[in-house]
Design a protein. Sequence first.
Length: 178
Amino acid sequence: MKRKGQGRSQPLADLVGPVLGPALAAQGFTGADLVASWAEIVGERMAEASRPVRVEWPRRRPGESDGAPHPATLVVRVVGAFALELQHLAPLVLERINAVYGWRCVGRLVLKQGPVGRLQPPKAEKAPLPESARIRIAEAVAGLDEAALRQAMERLGRAMATRPDEPDEADLALPRSG
């Protein structure tokens, strides 16, 4: 007997979220978005040398109103050689973190020096993109007016073109809106 929902594919985020949620909540994170977007917030180089460890939310004082909560403190583990650089970048990092959440939820960074494990293995050298694939990608995104969308679609096209299984013409074609 087939159970309800069996046989349908689900996004990986839907499956991993419930598993990681309690572990992240125990460290003060409200979701995986800060951890997942750490490289975009601090940049690839700094992400290799640092990790958000936990968020420390201030306790409410008795009699304090239920207004906006006070900003939290983000504890970041950082390799010693990069601690000074991250300290100088702290205002920018705080601004970017708060942009991810959409409000001023983090007010300061506390840096803890120590070893940092790798998020992912180093990227292997990619083979150069064939000229024919480059032309097909350029033609496919030529009709897009928005620059950010066009760049994202170009990256997607390049990623698809360098997959181990060779993409065909249909893989690189963008749907046409009518």
